[in-house]
Design a binder for this molecule. Structure first.
Ligand SMILES: [Fe+2]
Ligand SMILES: [Fe+2]
Length: 258
Protein backbone atom coordinates (compact mmCIF):
# COMPACT_ATOMS: atom_id res chain seq x y z
CA UNK A 1 0.00 0.00 0.00
CA UNK A 2 1.71 3.20 -1.04
CA UNK A 3 -0.82 5.67 -2.40
CA UNK A 4 -2.93 8.09 -0.44
CA UNK A 5 -6.11 6.68 -1.99
CA UNK A 6 -5.27 3.17 -0.73
CA UNK A 7 -4.52 4.57 2.68
CA UNK A 8 -7.82 6.49 2.67
CA UNK A 9 -9.64 3.25 1.76
CA UNK A 10 -7.92 1.42 4.63
CA UNK A 11 -9.04 4.11 7.09
CA UNK A 12 -12.63 4.08 5.83
CA UNK A 13 -12.67 0.29 5.96
CA UNK A 14 -11.24 0.29 9.51
CA UNK A 15 -9.59 -3.15 9.48
CA UNK A 16 -6.06 -1.76 9.53
CA UNK A 17 -4.34 -1.62 12.93
CA UNK A 18 -3.61 1.62 14.76
CA UNK A 19 0.13 0.78 14.95
CA UNK A 20 0.27 0.15 11.19
CA UNK A 21 -1.40 3.50 10.49
CA UNK A 22 1.16 5.38 12.61
CA UNK A 23 3.99 3.53 10.90
CA UNK A 24 2.61 4.71 7.53
CA UNK A 25 1.96 8.31 8.55
CA UNK A 26 3.32 9.39 11.92
CA UNK A 27 1.03 12.44 11.90
CA UNK A 28 -1.83 10.10 12.82
CA UNK A 29 -0.17 9.78 16.25
CA UNK A 30 -1.53 13.24 17.12
CA UNK A 31 -5.12 12.16 16.32
CA UNK A 32 -4.79 8.98 18.40
CA UNK A 33 -3.33 10.92 21.31
CA UNK A 34 -6.28 13.34 21.11
CA UNK A 35 -8.77 10.45 21.37
CA UNK A 36 -6.77 8.59 24.06
CA UNK A 37 -5.91 5.72 21.71
CA UNK A 38 -2.66 3.89 22.51
CA UNK A 39 -0.75 3.61 19.21
CA UNK A 40 2.42 2.32 20.83
CA UNK A 41 2.39 -0.86 22.99
CA UNK A 42 -1.38 -1.36 22.60
CA UNK A 43 -1.45 -0.38 18.94
CA UNK A 44 -1.92 -3.84 17.50
CA UNK A 45 -5.69 -3.43 17.31
CA UNK A 46 -7.90 -2.67 14.32
CA UNK A 47 -9.13 0.92 14.00
CA UNK A 48 -12.81 -0.10 14.05
CA UNK A 49 -12.31 -2.24 17.16
CA UNK A 50 -10.67 0.49 19.20
CA UNK A 51 -13.32 3.01 18.10
CA UNK A 52 -16.01 0.59 19.29
CA UNK A 53 -14.15 -0.27 22.50
CA UNK A 54 -13.79 3.39 23.44
CA UNK A 55 -17.33 4.28 22.26
CA UNK A 56 -15.96 6.98 19.96
CA UNK A 57 -17.79 8.55 17.01
CA UNK A 58 -16.35 6.59 14.08
CA UNK A 59 -16.87 9.31 11.45
CA UNK A 60 -15.19 11.92 13.64
CA UNK A 61 -12.04 9.85 14.24
CA UNK A 62 -11.82 8.73 10.60
CA UNK A 63 -12.38 12.25 9.25
CA UNK A 64 -9.53 13.51 11.43
CA UNK A 65 -7.26 10.81 9.98
CA UNK A 66 -8.46 11.43 6.41
CA UNK A 67 -7.81 15.17 6.68
CA UNK A 68 -4.14 14.30 7.19
CA UNK A 69 -4.18 11.90 4.26
CA UNK A 70 -5.62 14.03 1.49
CA UNK A 71 -3.17 15.99 -0.55
CA UNK A 72 -4.33 18.56 -3.06
CA UNK A 73 -1.98 19.54 -5.84
CA UNK A 74 -1.81 23.30 -6.31
CA UNK A 75 -0.28 25.26 -9.16
CA UNK A 76 1.82 27.78 -7.24
CA UNK A 77 3.05 29.52 -10.38
CA UNK A 78 -0.49 30.80 -11.01
CA UNK A 79 -0.96 32.35 -7.56
CA UNK A 80 -0.59 36.07 -6.99
CA UNK A 81 2.56 36.89 -5.00
CA UNK A 82 0.48 38.01 -2.00
CA UNK A 83 -1.49 34.77 -1.92
CA UNK A 84 1.70 32.73 -2.35
CA UNK A 85 3.26 34.62 0.56
CA UNK A 86 0.20 33.94 2.75
CA UNK A 87 0.39 30.27 1.74
CA UNK A 88 4.09 30.10 2.64
CA UNK A 89 3.43 31.70 6.04
CA UNK A 90 0.49 29.38 6.77
CA UNK A 91 2.00 26.12 5.51
CA UNK A 92 5.67 26.60 6.24
CA UNK A 93 6.39 29.41 8.71
CA UNK A 94 3.56 28.33 11.04
CA UNK A 95 4.72 24.71 10.63
CA UNK A 96 8.22 25.69 11.79
CA UNK A 97 6.93 27.70 14.75
CA UNK A 98 4.69 24.83 15.87
CA UNK A 99 7.04 21.92 15.26
CA UNK A 100 10.48 23.21 16.26
CA UNK A 101 9.71 23.17 20.03
CA UNK A 102 8.20 19.65 19.76
CA UNK A 103 11.17 18.22 17.84
CA UNK A 104 13.64 19.97 20.18
CA UNK A 105 11.94 18.38 23.20
CA UNK A 106 11.99 14.91 21.58
CA UNK A 107 15.65 15.27 20.55
CA UNK A 108 16.59 16.41 24.04
CA UNK A 109 14.87 13.36 25.53
CA UNK A 110 16.39 10.92 23.02
CA UNK A 111 19.90 12.42 23.40
CA UNK A 112 19.66 12.20 27.20
CA UNK A 113 18.33 8.62 27.31
CA UNK A 114 20.24 7.10 24.35
CA UNK A 115 23.30 9.38 24.03
CA UNK A 116 25.54 6.83 25.77
CA UNK A 117 24.84 4.07 23.25
CA UNK A 118 24.54 6.38 20.23
CA UNK A 119 27.27 9.01 20.49
CA UNK A 120 26.06 11.01 17.46
CA UNK A 121 22.87 12.11 19.25
CA UNK A 122 24.25 15.19 21.10
CA UNK A 123 25.72 16.40 17.79
CA UNK A 124 22.38 15.80 16.04
CA UNK A 125 20.65 17.85 18.72
CA UNK A 126 23.22 20.70 18.38
CA UNK A 127 22.83 20.80 14.59
CA UNK A 128 19.05 20.91 14.88
CA UNK A 129 19.34 23.73 17.46
CA UNK A 130 21.57 25.74 15.07
CA UNK A 131 19.25 25.06 12.13
CA UNK A 132 16.08 25.97 14.00
CA UNK A 133 17.58 29.17 15.46
CA UNK A 134 18.71 30.22 11.97
CA UNK A 135 15.30 29.44 10.47
CA UNK A 136 13.30 31.32 13.10
CA UNK A 137 15.46 34.43 12.56
CA UNK A 138 15.15 33.98 8.80
CA UNK A 139 11.37 33.72 8.68
CA UNK A 140 10.91 36.67 11.06
CA UNK A 141 13.04 38.75 8.67
CA UNK A 142 11.04 37.55 5.67
CA UNK A 143 7.76 38.50 7.29
CA UNK A 144 8.86 41.90 8.60
CA UNK A 145 10.99 43.03 5.65
CA UNK A 146 11.04 41.03 2.43
CA UNK A 147 7.41 39.91 2.17
CA UNK A 148 6.20 43.43 2.94
CA UNK A 149 8.30 44.86 0.12
CA UNK A 150 7.02 42.22 -2.32
CA UNK A 151 3.39 42.79 -1.32
CA UNK A 152 3.92 46.54 -1.66
CA UNK A 153 5.32 46.40 -5.18
CA UNK A 154 2.59 43.95 -6.21
CA UNK A 155 -0.09 46.34 -4.92
CA UNK A 156 1.56 49.19 -6.87
CA UNK A 157 1.38 47.06 -10.01
CA UNK A 158 -2.25 46.12 -9.34
CA UNK A 159 -3.37 49.72 -8.79
CA UNK A 160 -1.08 51.08 -11.50
CA UNK A 161 0.73 53.31 -9.03
CA UNK A 162 4.34 54.37 -9.23
CA UNK A 163 6.16 52.84 -6.22
CA UNK A 164 7.93 55.27 -3.93
CA UNK A 165 11.55 54.68 -4.80
CA UNK A 166 13.02 57.01 -2.21
CA UNK A 167 15.33 54.82 -0.11
CA UNK A 168 14.26 51.74 -2.05
CA UNK A 169 16.82 48.97 -2.19
CA UNK A 170 16.40 46.59 -5.07
CA UNK A 171 15.01 43.15 -4.34
CA UNK A 172 18.02 41.61 -6.03
CA UNK A 173 20.12 43.25 -3.36
CA UNK A 174 17.94 41.72 -0.61
CA UNK A 175 17.30 38.32 -2.18
CA UNK A 176 20.97 37.30 -2.33
CA UNK A 177 21.13 37.14 1.49
CA UNK A 178 17.92 35.14 1.78
CA UNK A 179 19.14 32.66 -0.84
CA UNK A 180 22.45 32.27 1.06
CA UNK A 181 20.51 31.53 4.25
CA UNK A 182 18.48 28.90 2.38
CA UNK A 183 21.76 27.28 1.30
CA UNK A 184 23.01 27.20 4.89
CA UNK A 185 19.76 25.55 6.01
CA UNK A 186 20.05 23.02 3.16
CA UNK A 187 23.59 22.12 4.26
CA UNK A 188 22.49 21.58 7.87
CA UNK A 189 19.57 19.43 6.71
CA UNK A 190 22.00 17.33 4.66
CA UNK A 191 24.15 16.84 7.78
CA UNK A 192 21.07 15.71 9.74
CA UNK A 193 20.19 13.24 7.00
CA UNK A 194 23.74 11.90 7.04
CA UNK A 195 23.90 11.58 10.84
CA UNK A 196 20.56 9.75 10.96
CA UNK A 197 21.55 7.41 8.08
CA UNK A 198 18.70 8.75 5.98
CA UNK A 199 16.27 8.80 8.94
CA UNK A 200 16.72 5.08 9.61
CA UNK A 201 16.50 4.55 13.36
CA UNK A 202 18.82 1.99 14.99
CA UNK A 203 17.34 -1.42 15.83
CA UNK A 204 17.12 -0.64 19.57
CA UNK A 205 15.32 2.70 19.05
CA UNK A 206 12.27 3.30 21.28
CA UNK A 207 9.04 4.86 20.04
CA UNK A 208 10.12 8.44 20.83
CA UNK A 209 13.39 7.84 18.96
CA UNK A 210 11.45 6.58 15.91
CA UNK A 211 8.83 9.34 16.06
CA UNK A 212 11.67 11.88 16.30
CA UNK A 213 13.24 10.54 13.07
CA UNK A 214 9.88 10.75 11.31
CA UNK A 215 9.48 14.31 12.55
CA UNK A 216 12.94 15.20 11.26
CA UNK A 217 12.20 13.61 7.90
CA UNK A 218 8.97 15.57 7.65
CA UNK A 219 10.84 18.71 8.72
CA UNK A 220 13.30 18.19 5.87
CA UNK A 221 10.51 17.65 3.32
CA UNK A 222 8.57 20.69 4.52
CA UNK A 223 11.69 22.90 4.46
CA UNK A 224 12.74 21.70 1.01
CA UNK A 225 9.28 22.58 -0.36
CA UNK A 226 9.36 25.91 1.49
CA UNK A 227 12.73 26.84 -0.01
CA UNK A 228 11.62 25.65 -3.45
CA UNK A 229 8.55 27.93 -3.37
CA UNK A 230 10.69 30.92 -2.41
CA UNK A 231 13.82 30.33 -4.51
CA UNK A 232 12.12 29.07 -7.65
CA UNK A 233 8.74 30.81 -7.73
CA UNK A 234 8.33 33.75 -5.34
CA UNK A 235 11.75 35.38 -5.67
CA UNK A 236 12.07 35.17 -9.50
CA UNK A 237 8.48 36.42 -9.96
CA UNK A 238 9.11 39.31 -7.56
CA UNK A 239 12.32 40.20 -9.45
CA UNK A 240 10.42 40.14 -12.74
CA UNK A 241 7.79 42.46 -11.32
CA UNK A 242 10.49 44.79 -10.05
CA UNK A 243 11.99 44.92 -13.52
CA UNK A 244 8.57 45.55 -15.08
CA UNK A 245 7.94 48.47 -12.71
CA UNK A 246 11.32 49.97 -13.60
CA UNK A 247 12.61 49.79 -10.03
CA UNK A 248 15.84 48.04 -10.88
CA UNK A 249 16.68 50.68 -13.48
CA UNK A 250 15.90 53.47 -10.98
CA UNK A 251 18.20 51.87 -8.45
CA UNK A 252 21.02 51.30 -10.91
CA UNK A 253 20.64 54.89 -12.09
CA UNK A 254 20.98 56.11 -8.50
CA UNK A 255 24.07 53.99 -7.96
CA UNK A 256 25.62 55.40 -11.14
CA UNK A 257 24.89 58.98 -9.96
CA UNK A 258 26.55 58.51 -6.55
FE1 LIG B 1 10.08 31.48 4.28
FE1 LIG C 1 13.15 31.71 3.17
Amino acid sequence: MNSNSNLADAISNGDITVAKLVSMNYKYAGVFTKYGIDFCCGGNIALNKIIEKKSLVSAEVKDSLLSLTEHLETDFTKMSLSILIDYIIHEHHDYLRENIPVIKAHLEKVATVHGKNHSFLPKLKDIFDDLSNDLIGHLNKEETILFRVIKYIESCDRFDEKPRTNGYKSLDHLLGNYIKEHETAGNLLAKIRELTSGYNPPADACTTFRVCYKELEDFEANTHKHVHLENNILFPKASELELKLGLINDQKEKERNK
